[in-house]
Design a protein. Structure first.
Length: 259
């Protein structure tokens, strides 16, 4: 998957699990997300982060038994009993509906919105109530070698345990499609000492995954390389390495648009 964003005058290209495309990127700033700790391409900034992953070579029963009994297993059963259904987006109308849903969610949370074109590169699962009303959805990135299935975007109304059923159905879908690793898309552990992530961490941890590392490499062309190093130093010292919060703060000052 590849996305492009405009941050002020700069174009930023982001690549998922594709070092070859990252190495050849012509944009001013390029970002690579990968499970590889080291890459051959020179990149002045390397960010190590944590996530939870599930081993999809296990059976569905083995995976489900590892879920927290009350906050995950029961929530999934309750969602099903309450008539919640989850299905892959059927086409452009579904993607547009979720895009509008996410835009409202993003404005309420003061986080960057997503581009409609990006959803076309993802698997998008949507949750609906018994009357067919949209409860939310989750989008997932697929690695080209069909190993990693990674959570990318998500937003729900937080009604009827739709979040829990979305994750479970995504796990089942990824396993059936032959992927071997389900990645929850990053998790800030309590040991990081950063506030505001407790709810996200608890939600992802309850599905019984193991803590794993992933890496983000950033490179810039020309004089921007020095500016990039300076920004990295500022984030590490002034923001305690919290790139999520830094990017969201930048987005509130400088519009981040699809490029």
């Amino acid at each position: 998957m590849q996305t492009r964003r405009r941050i002020g005058p700069l174009t930023v290209a982001t690549y998922w699990y594709d070092e070859a495309a990252f190495a050849q990127s012509p944009t001013a700033l390029s970002v690579l997300y990968t499970q590889q700790e080291r890459i051959a391409t020179a990149a002045p900034v390397r960010i190590a982060a944590t996530t939870y992953v599930l081993d999809l070579t296990k059976t569905e029963d083995e995976l489900l038994r590892a879920f927290d009994k009350k906050s995950a297993q029961y929530a999934i059963r309750r969602a099903t009993r309450d008539g919640v259904t989850v299905a892959l987006a059927a086409g452009d109308d579904d993607r547009r509906a979720f895009h509008a849903f996410y835009a409202e969610f993003a404005r309420s949370k003061q986080i960057p919105e997503i581009a409609l074109a990006d959803l076309g590169q993802c698997d998008l699962l949507l949750a609906r109530d018994g009357e067919g009303s949209l409860l939310g959805g989750s989008a997932f990135v697929r690695s080209a070698d069909r190993t990693v299935y990674r959570y990318k975007y998500g937003a729900t109304t937080h009604r009827l345990n739709a979040n829990d059923l979305l994750i479970w159905e995504a796990i089942r879908h990824a396993k059936a499609a032959g992927f071997t690793v389900f990645d929850f898309g990053g998790a800030i552990l309590p040991s990081a000492g950063l506030s505001g992530y407790e709810g996200h961490h608890h939600f992802k941890k309850k599905f019984g995954g193991e803590v794993a590392s992933y890496y983000c490499f950033v490179r810039a062309r020309g004089p921007l390389s020095w500016a990039l190093r300076a920004v990295d130093l500022v984030v590490r010292r002034g923001w305690r390495g919290d790139y999520n919060r830094f990017v969201n703060a930048v987005g509130r000052v400088i519009p981040i648009r699809s490029g």
